[in-house]
Design a protein around this ligand. Sequence first.
Ligand SMILES: NC(=O)C1=CN([C@@H]2O[C@H](COP(=O)(O)OP(=O)(O)OC[C@H]3O[C@@H](n4cnc5c(N)ncnc54)[C@H](OP(=O)(O)O)[C@@H]3O)[C@@H](O)[C@H]2O)C=CC1
Ligand SMILES: Nc1nc2c(ncn2[C@@H]2O[C@H](COP(=O)(O)O)[C@@H](O)[C@H]2O)c(=O)[nH]1
Length: 327
Amino acid sequence: MTDVFDYEDIQLIPNKCIVKSRSECDTSIQFGPRKFKLPVVPANMQTVMNESLAEWFAANDYFYIMHRFNEAGRKPFIKSMQDKGLFASISVGVKDNEYTFIEELKAENLIPEYITIDIAHGHSDQVINMIRHIKQHLPESFLIAGNVGTPEAVRELENAGADATKVGIGPGRVCITKIKTGFGTGGWQLAALKLCSKAARKPLIADGGIRTHGDIAKSIRFGASMIMVGSLFAAHEESPGETIEKDGKLYKEYFGSASEFQKGERKNVEGKKMFVEHKGSLKDTLIEIEQDLQSSISYAGGKDLESIRTVDYVVVKNSIFNGDMDR
Ligand SMILES: NC(=O)C1=CN([C@@H]2O[C@H](COP(=O)(O)OP(=O)(O)OC[C@H]3O[C@@H](n4cnc5c(N)ncnc54)[C@H](OP(=O)(O)O)[C@@H]3O)[C@@H](O)[C@H]2O)C=CC1
Ligand SMILES: Nc1nc2c(ncn2[C@@H]2O[C@H](COP(=O)(O)O)[C@@H](O)[C@H]2O)c(=O)[nH]1
C-alpha cells in the first residue's frame, strides 16, 4: 500500500531563489511535436472547449484538445484548423464507428497533430486495440490515451503505442464515479499520479481535481508534463454553456461528459451538472496562471518547469483547506 495524499495535503518546500524577477521564469513545455506557453490544457468537455476557443488556443501557442461530442464536426474542424496553419487536436472514443473514422482520416489525408482516446476506464483491450489501430493508420499523430489510475495501466498503454497517458479516474469536480461505483483516484489523485510516474517512460497528463493554481505546480512535482483542467477553466466569458442570473450574480453551466445532460439519457451516468460563478475573461485567467507558475518556479529555485520536479515536499494532512469545501 502506498502513502495516500491529495493536493490539499501537500506543500512544496522552497529553495533559494536564483532570479531577480519572476518574469525571468519560463513556463513553456515541449509536449509532443510542439512547444506550448503553459503545461495546462482545458478539459475536452463540451462546457469547456469549443471550435472558436480551440482556434484561439492554437493561434496563441496554448495546447488544447477538442471534445468528441460533435462527431460529424471533427473532419471539418481538422480541415479548417489546418487550412489556417493551426494544429488540429481531436478526441475519439472506441466504438466501431471510430475505427472507420480513423481509416477515413487517413484516406482523406486529414492527419491531426494530436489525437486523444477519451474513455472513462482506459485500462482495457478496447483502448489498446484503438491505440494500435490509430498507430497503424495515423502514425504521425501524437497519441494520448486514457484515463487510467495505475502504473500497470500506464505501462500497458505505452507498450501498445500511446505517446502519452492521461491519469485520473473520478477526481473531477462534476464527477460522481467514486459515489456511483466505489472506484477511482478521487481523494488521492496526486498520490496516484506519483505512482504512475514511477512506471511512465513517456509524458503523463494529470487530469482532474485541480482546484487552485498551486495544484499545477504540485502536479508537475509528482510527475505530470501536462495538466488537464475542467472546472477552473469553465464559466468564463468565452466558455461554451448556458449563462444564468441568480440573486444579481452570473453563473455558467459546467457538466460532466458522462452526465445525463451530455448523454441525453439516464444510462451509466457518472457525471453531474453544476453552475459555476462567472469568472470574467479566460485570457486573464491564463495570464494569472502563468504568473503564479512563474512564481512557483522561483520558489523552486530555478528558471524553468524542470526545477519544480525535484523540490522537497511535506505532507500536511488537511491543514491547508479542502478545495471541495464549497461543493
Ligand atoms: N476521467 C474520469 O474519471 C471519467 C471521465 N468520463 C468521461 O465521460 C465520457 C464518457 O466516457 P465513457 O462512458 O467511457 O465513454 P463511452 O460512453 O464512449 O464508452 C466507451 C466504451 O467503453 C465502454 N465502457 C465504458 N465504461 C466502461 C466500463 N467501466 N467497463 C467496461 N466498458 C466500459 C462503453 O460501453 P457501455 O457504455 O455499453 O458500457 C463503450 O463501448 C468521456 O468523455 C470520459 O472522459 C466518464 C467517467 C469517468
Ligand atoms: N467521473 C467523471 N469524470 C468526468 C466527467 N466529465 C469529465 N470528467 C473528468 O473530469 C475532468 C475535469 O476535472 P476538474 O476537476 O478539473 O473539473 C475531465 O478532464 C475528465 O477527465 C464525468 O461525467 N464523470
